[in-house]
Design a protein around this ligand. Sequence first.
Ligand code: GDP
Ligand code: MG
Ligand code: ZN
Length: 345
Amino acid sequence: MQPSEPTADAPTLADLGWQPFFASQVTAQEAETCQPVRVTALYRGLVTVTGEGVDQLIGSRLAESRGDEDRATVGDWLLIDRETLAVVRILDRTSLFKRPAPGDDRRLQLIAANVDTLFIVTSCNDDFNIARLERYLVLAREAEVTPVVVLTKIDLADDPEHFRAQALALQPGLGVELVNARDPHSVARLASRCGEGHTVALLGSSGVGKSTLVNTLRGTDSITTQSVRDHDDKGRHTTTVRAMHRLAGGGWLIDAPGMREFRIADAPTGIAEVFDDIAALVLECRFTNCTHVSEPGCAIQAAIAGGTLEPARLARWAKLAAEDEMGTAQQATRKARVGKPGKRN
Ligand SMILES: Nc1nc2c(ncn2[C@@H]2O[C@H](COP(=O)(O)OP(=O)(O)O)[C@@H](O)[C@H]2O)c(=O)[nH]1
Ligand SMILES: [Mg+2]
Ligand SMILES: [Zn+2]
């Protein structure tokens, strides 16, 4: 697979998702010597950057060796020197998906930046899991990115509507789409959510059909899907960590593999939004330090007793809230050790 396969026409900055928010960050002085480029693919230690007249791999320490949030990730906008292509800086992001790095909770892994919409992909089968969907929703709400739940494999399910109903119940107004990811007609309505310059990230367990969706939406099979990968031992594709794929309609899809399980950290706003019913009840408890177990005047226990709050939902919230608190503390420990964000470590 060629990660940056040539497209018929090179994208303009607008095609790439350039917005006034980014333009406003470039000083007049920078504009003289620099140009903006977008990170369209991420490898170990390398990035492909795409901009006007630029589409190439640059070796970059940005991808790995810096403090957490000032590493570049897929979707980032960089200012680079026109002559040398040296990276001058990363522009502030409209959104950032991050999680504790697998294997080292004190570090952050940046998943994608400047994403407009998150497709939370799951299948109408055993992969469907309310607790995991809530996790993805927390990630989206924390990053202030619009989530859409995409339920694949409707062609293999006896009762796909049953899954739709459960997904719709997750949050009022949540977008839910049912598709056969292999069928172009079926995925067509997703295309309207990925228009000109729009960036959509796909997250979900392995095997749910993310790469299939990307291929079907693009009308190609340039991305390796799982069944193909099983028969491919060349291993070339494994060097691509993440890439943006351009759609004919002008949008971009980011297929982020390897996200089966992830931990939540630093996401109190996301949790409060996904569990807004519980967040509202907490404010009603008599004691501000209520643990919602056995205190008098506990609004949460009252809601459970009254049947308006499911004990299982409370348990899922408590688990995420505890995990978030612990994760946030671990990140803070590391930040304190290595100094302020932006400092090399
Ligand atoms: N029947 C059917 N198969 C699907 C659908 N979506 C994905 N698949 C198959 O499921 C397998 C895994 O898909 P893949 O796109 O590699 O999943 P990924 O790991 O999320 O990227 C492949 O064999 C796909 O052809 C679907 O909606 N219907
Ligand atoms: Mg895949
Ligand atoms: Zn309480």
